[in-house]
Design a protein around this ligand. Structure first.
Ligand code: AMP
Length: 218
């Protein structure tokens, strides 16, 4: 299955994708994680992206499309993929459709995780993530067992540079301007399933699985 997880920053896409990738045994990628890895490795892509990322802006489409398509091409043996954070603009959505069409493939389902704005801001301020495995925690709502240390891999936890107040504000503005219109784009194609992103991680994960099973049995 080729599945896209849409939703604003802080909706829990990363957390849910890491559960789903295991549940349905399908590879997943987060465009944000790919960019952060490039930044860490100081590749050309990482160097070009970092100025945009730290200000909460989107990285230009050409660079983003090239990076994600390379990842998709590296999984041609797999039956599908889960995308977290891509596409985020109309040109990215069109480029993805076009690339899949050339192989007689297409997106099977788009899940839109819905969370209210106040909750998004609460979740993003206080979020800490693992430098090693990218798992995310929240200082108040979902703290790690030992402060500053990842429960899964004992990696170091840190606050993302773009989780500060100004960058969060910008990321939410960018989401409403550039990414939210994709809900309509996929809804018109009959691919959209709305999922409530509030509630425990397990409850949201169950709704996502339910959304996928029901969409494939139609
Ligand atoms: P995320 O981890 O998904 O919140 O992404 C972190 C940052 O990476 C975003 O604020 C953007 O600067 C950049 N980014 C991730 N995905 C994309 C995308 N599809 N298009 C443009 N920029 C992106």
């Amino acid at each position: 299955m080729r599945v896209i997880l849409l939703g604003p920053p802080g909706a829990g896409k990363g957390t849910q994708v890491s559960k789903l990738t295991v549940a349905i045994n399908t590879p997943s990628v987060s465009s944000g994680d790919l960019f952060r890895q490039h930044q860490k490795d100081q590749t050309d892509i990482g160097i070009q992206a970092q100025n945009y990322m730290k200000r909460g802006l989107l990285v230009p489409d050409d660079l983003t499309i090239k990076m994600v398509m390379e990842w998709i091409d590296s999984y041609t043996d797999s039956d599908g993929f889960l995308l977290d954070g891509f596409p985020r603009t109309y040109p990215q959505a069109v480029a993805l459709d076009e690339a899949l069409r050339q192989n007689n493939e297409g997106i099977d389902r788009v899940l839109n995780l819905k969370v209210g704005i106040d909750e998004l801001i609460n979740r993003l301020s206080g979020r800490i993530i693992c430098r090693n495995c990218q798992r995310s925690y929240h200082l108040t709502y979902a703290p790690p067992i030992s402060p500053g240390v990842c429960n899964e891999c004992e990696g170091e936890l840190y606050e993302r540079e773009d989780d500060n107040r100004d960058a969060v504000q910008k990321r939410l503005e960018v989401y409403f301007d550039e990414t939210e219109p994709l809900i309509n784009y996929y809804s018109q194609k009959g691919l959209l399933t709305e999922i409530s992103g509030t509630g425990s991680i397990e409850v949201v994960a169950a709704s996502i699985l339910d959304g996928l099973v029901n969409s494939t049995s139609k």
